[in-house]
Design a protein around this ligand. Structure first.
Ligand SMILES: [Zn+2]
Ligand SMILES: [Zn+2]
Length: 405
């Protein structure tokens, strides 16, 4: 197909000009590759060195390249058990597709395969007939910003609660998210049970509030004192922030109480904050103090818990995109980034594999307004346009456009 040849030619050119320095210890990893529109079509590949891997990229130029988070004795052996598992990194994946952002109402659209109803936004079931719909997903700076926020929160968890500061590597996923790889010596040896425990902690799963000092039943209204670690500390910070800054109607909505009561309560702000210092929750003016505080605590947990893809982080046989390779569904580079760079990272500028030099004529089926390299394009609907190379690659890779001529 013309489109695939076009992408392959440019992707190969990218690999000839850019040596991919990842992953570490390539000789002990399993690799997988994918074709146009299919992320993994072949697994159990192995390369003895980065130079062998790079010449494969230049010559064969797969549309997607993934590597195992695990290190094996014989990475190409099959079945899986024959590989000889040695140890494994942990990868946390954050995907903007999973975060409900308002911008989805602008750039996503759905269509019902049964009754042909159509609409804006990312919904699951048809509003007319209830059938699961097909969603056309796009992503923008705003949704990527939300995924980015989560990655910074994860950093805080890892550093503060586990003192994991070494062996951390972050990259853009090449599409709507970010990946964080933990490769420290102490991490790699963790058995699966410990990986699950770690994930439960990060996602606030099965958090036993009484056990960590909140509102033990049959006792006075208690909370952990300041200076505690882990979840008690996070929750206390969140409560403090709510009491200090949230307007009464917000507190009322969270706790399901009347605004007038919440207002009266917040008049005692100073007393409430002093109570925190002593490990006491100030009684709410109506009798339901325990329910009131429990609702606030649960709200804070919901805000601070991380939304991590569960399967990726505990599956020992997982393969995941090689940093600095091209994502064949966008034409973007799964760019490796430092914490410093992440702050101002803008995928639509910083993860481009190609420049705006050269143009391609395309017939665009449908695309929302998008930004590439600081320039805006679209929205398009059944229109022909001559676009700069980087914008054309994006639309063709996303299968939103075909080449003309
Ligand atoms: Zn329908
Ligand atoms: Zn968005």
């Amino acid at each position: 197909m013309q489109e695939q040849d076009f992408l392959k030619k440019h992707f190969s050119g990218f690999y000839k000009a850019n040596f991919v320095e990842d992953p570490p210890e390539p000789g002990q990893r399993e690799f997988g590759i994918g074709e146009f529109g299919r992320k993994i079509t072949q697994r159990h590949l192995s390369f003895s060195s980065l130079s062998e891997f790079n010449s494969f990229l230049q010559k064969e130029t797969p549309f997607f390249v993934s590597y195992s988070t695990a290190l094996y004795n014989q990475p190409s052996a099959r079945p899986m058990e024959a590989k000889g598992f040695l140890e494994g990194d942990i990868v946390y994946e954050f995907d903007a597709d999973d975060i409900k952002t308002p911008c989805k109402q602008i750039h996503d659209s759905w269509a019902c395969p049964k009754c042909n109803a159509k609409g804006k936004g990312a919904i699951e079931l048809c509003t007319e007939c209830g059938t699961p719909v097909k969603v056309e997903q796009w992503f923008c700076e705003e949704c990527l910003g939300e995924a980015k926020k989560q990655i910074f929160e994860l950093k805080e968890f890892l550093e503060e609660d586990f003192s994991f500061t070494e062996g951390i590597s972050i990259n853009f996923s090449g599409s709507a998210g970010f990946h964080l790889h933990l490769r420290g010596k102490n991490i790699r040896q963790l058995p699966q049970a410990a990986r699950i425990e770690l994930l439960d902690f990060l996602t606030g799963t099965n958090l036993d509030l009484e056990a960590i000092g909140f509102l033990e039943s049959g006792k006075a209204l208690e909370c952990p004192k300041q200076g505690a670690f882990g979840w008690p500390k996070k929750i206390m910070l969140g409560l403090k922030e709510l009491i200090e800054n949230a307007p009464s109607d917000k507190i009322a909505a969270i706790a399901g109480v009347r605004d007038s009561n919440a207002k009266k309560f917040l008049e005692k702000k100073q007393k409430i904050l002093e109570g925190f210092e002593k490990g006491m929750l100030f009684p709410f003016p109506t009798k339901k103090s325990r329910e009131f505080w429990l609702a606030l605590v649960k709200f804070v947990v919901e805000q601070k818990r991380l939304d991590i893809d569960r399967q990726t982080s505990i599956d020992l046989n997982k393969i995941i995109r090689v940093p600095n390779t091209i994502h064949g569904g966008t034409g973007f580079v799964a760019k490796k980034i430092s914490w410093e760079e992440l702050k101002k990272f803008n995928a639509f500028n910083d993860a481009l594999a190609f420049s705006e030099e050269g143009t391609a004529k395309v017939l665009i089926n449908k695309a929302p307004r998008f930004n590439i390299g600081g320039k805006f394009f679209g929205p398009f609907q059944n229109s022909e346009a001559e676009l700069p190379l980087n914008a054309a690659v994006f639309l063709v890779a996303k299968q939103a456009a075909r080449l003309v001529g």
